[in-house]
Design a protein around this ligand. Sequence first.
Ligand SMILES: NC(=O)c1ccc[n+]([C@@H]2O[C@H](COP(=O)([O-])OP(=O)(O)OC[C@H]3O[C@@H](n4cnc5c(N)ncnc54)[C@H](OP(=O)(O)O)[C@@H]3O)[C@@H](O)[C@H]2O)c1
Length: 262
Amino acid sequence: MRAAVVAYLDQLFSLSGRKALVTGGSSGIGRAIARALARAGASVVVVARREAELKETVDELTGLGGTATWVSGDLGSREGVRAAAEAAVEALGGEPDIVVNSAGINLRPPLSDLTDEVWDRTMAVNLEAPFLLGQRFGPGMAERGFGRIIHVTSQQAHRAFVQSGAYGVSKGALESLARSQAEAWSPYGVTVNTLVPGFVMTPLNERLSADPDRVADLAARTLVGRNGLPEDFEGAAVFLASPASAYVTGQAVFVDGGFSVH
Ligand SMILES: NC(=O)c1ccc[n+]([C@@H]2O[C@H](COP(=O)([O-])OP(=O)(O)OC[C@H]3O[C@@H](n4cnc5c(N)ncnc54)[C@H](OP(=O)(O)O)[C@@H]3O)[C@@H](O)[C@H]2O)c1
């Protein structure tokens, strides 16, 4: 029976033979997703700027028995995204079957102080990079008849929260982009979905995480009674990357301990 269970789970969720590109794969939620995809059998390339964190991540993934490489690139400009995409294809030894957009920034100035520069930088990393990677890889996935695109958005795509400013706008638009991409490519075997975190204890939230009262308040707003951890995204990411999610597309999947429904 054990062998039959393993074979069934393998058929549903195995990523063996798949190639995955994970932006922001060197930290927080992206790193947990990269680890999960590698452990489920995908060959993974992680893309971010800082080399030390990238190397450390690849060491961790290969230490777990996975296949992983890294590309250092700045996704804050169109040229940077294009160069990173080509370097990732070279590192993977072919086009990715799975693209995860987890790289993101939250600069948080109050709206009255929000400059053009902050707006442009936020849109470039959080929205334009996922758009450009979709344009680069989506049509090829559709031609090959299989693809999985997973964006990481935010509960701030759905509500204003601690100065959502440009950040919330970029994440709301990213959810719309996911629906447009799903409309374009899902008839050809490509699903496009978003993972929606609530409050997750990662370097992105260092300032907020340092305030124990604030952390406790946020935990109390969930239904589970605690804030998120990067590893909470592992199962949902494997599902959305796997054959099992073939009929799930254009969806926002909330991984937030019930934060959004409380
Ligand atoms: N943590 C939360 O509570 C929370 C809540 C809602 C949504 N999210 C979303 O979840 C995603 C992951 O967040 P996280 O909390 O895991 O953040 P994190 O730990 O700060 O990780 C962000 C990642 O993005 C990379 N990155 C940032 N700017 C980049 C750029 N210009 N070019 C290339 N890579 C870049 C970072 O690497 P380098 O700095 O080395 O480039 C890092 O790998 C983000 O999209 C975020 O908006 C997080």
